[in-house]
Each structure stands twice: as structure tokens, then as C-alpha cells.
Design a protein around this ligand. Sequence first.
Ligand code: MN
Ligand code: MN
Length: 344
Amino acid sequence: MSDLPNFKFDLENAKGWSSAAGSARQHTVDEFPISTSFAAVSMRLQPGALRELHWHAIAAEWAYVISGRCRVTVIAPSGNAEIADFGPGDVWYFPKGHGHSIQGLGKQECHFLLVFDDGRFSEFGTFSITDWMSCTPPEVLGQDLSLPSEIVAKLPKKEVYIVQGEVPPEAPPAALNPNLEPSQLTHKFRLGAAPLMQFAGGTERLVSAQQFPISSTITGVLLTIKPGGLRELHWHPNADEWQYYIKGRSEIGVFGANGKYRQDEFGPGQVAFINRGFGHYIKQIGNEETQILVAFNSPDYQEISISAWLASNPPQLLADNFELDIGAIERFPRDGRFICPALS
Ligand code: MN
Ligand code: MN
């Protein structure tokens, strides 16, 4: 048995950007080299704080709201637009290049996870509107927006990134353009209200492109594992797996073929990354139920669990494979277990 590379990152203790209005902590391949297919940001916005208008050139943005509420504006190519409000359990997806903003609503901080489908992506190398405008000759901006030079002269001189604004009214106000074409595809999905799949040791809610058509590169899962429960040995044929620990703890063992294996423990604010096709299990540890946000870099969800795999073979084949007698094979499970309950 030999070791696999580190697959754990402490996102909430990462360095990042912070002000009275909000904060952002991230991992890219620079901080977390194994995660080539995902970068992520943990962002907090105070009520009224605005993550300014921006877009991402190389990655789509998938997000999950943990606490608080926020409002996003997003424009799609051809001018279709959407203004939508988000609360705990809600997911958004902005395809690569769609312009958007995020603003805190209500009376409490909004905390959300941003997941990008490219590990080279950096939130701090994004295309922000004030950064762009401050690089552009003022006379070009004046001509473009039909604005007098005294207004152009007051525009920010560098990227504002997150700026404290007014707390928006509860009902979304109309846009500057009164004749806006609504978006053809919604950017919002309520993962927390998706069907609950129940297993002996925990639960799962799922959002893939099947339920949320705009999400063409990412599938998300909200996984809970009861105390003592085990998300059984399995692998994903079509996707890398990224996990963020919302609450509780777990132990993960990853198998990378040819005797390569690594095991680690995870808790709140930490991230795990598991390569496509690598075998793994997730075992709940501690007294508290474990809740994990999971993202896969594929529009559809695929997994194969060891119990279902074994049960799909003739008993004698299994007896031959493991050099066991048929009596022992008869004790194996008859179908997939998915999340096993605690050992009694
Ligand atoms: Mn963004
Ligand atoms: Mn998995």
C-alpha cells in the first residue's frame, strides 16, 4: 500500500478578501493542487453588500446558499435577464460568461459556496465592471453610455469587488429597462426542496441537468449521514467529486489502484476532492449528523456502489473471486445499500 496525494483543504481558514461588507476565501489549483476540475469560494455578504457586476471567462459558477438570503441579477446572451432571490438550500448556475451580481437581503449575513468547473479559475482574477471601466478611456465610456464627462469622472478608479449598498426592498424592483425579456432558462433551483431519497443510514437530495437544465456542467448533491452511518464503497464513472462539510464530521478512504490509498478526516468548513473513477467511502464520525454539499463535474449523476455490484454476480463467481465457500457468499447483501446504518 502506498500513499495518494493530499485531498483535503481547509477552505474557511484559507486566505482571501475581507471588508466590513463581506468576505471571500477560495481554493484554486495553486492552493489545492489535486482539485484540477473545481475551484471554490466561501463568500459572505452583509445585508445590502453587493458583489458587483462581473463575469467569468473560463468557468461556469454553481452556488449553494447555506444561510441568509440574497438577490442575484443575471444576463444571458441575447439580452434575456433574470432577477431572483435565494435562501438556504437554494442553488444557482451561471453558464460561463453570463454577467451577474449578488446582493445580501434582509437583516442577517448571507453565506454561500461558489463552485467553479475549472481548478485554474480564480475569483480574484474575474471580469468586474469597475475594473473594466477604470481601464477604459473616459471619452470612450462617455460615448458608449451617452454620459457627460462629470459623471464619467465620478466612476470608481479601480475594482470595487464587494461594495456596501442599500438593503434592497423585499419585492424585487424593476430593472432600468422596463421591457426586459425574461430568461428562457431559470438560473435557480431549490435543492433543499428537491425529493428526499431515504436510506437506512442517511438521506440524499440531487440536482443534475435533468432537474435543472441550465446546469450543463455540474451536478449537486446534499448528503446527510446519520451517526454511525456509512456512505458505502463506490465510485463515479463520469465525474470528479468535490465536497464541502456544512456540519458534522467524516472519515474518507480513497483507493487509487495499484495499492495506492489515502484516508483523512473532515469537519465543518473543510473540502475534499476525489478523482473520477477512484473508489471511496464516507464514514460518519462524532455524535452529530454529518451534512455534506457535493458537486460533480458532469451534467448527469453516475455511481456504482460495491454492494449492488457484488449482488449483480452469480454466487459461485463471487466464491471463486474471494476464495470463500458459498455459505459465506450467501450472507452478502442482495441489492445496493448506498448509505448503511450504524453497526448495532
Ligand atoms: Mn461570479
Ligand atoms: Mn462519491
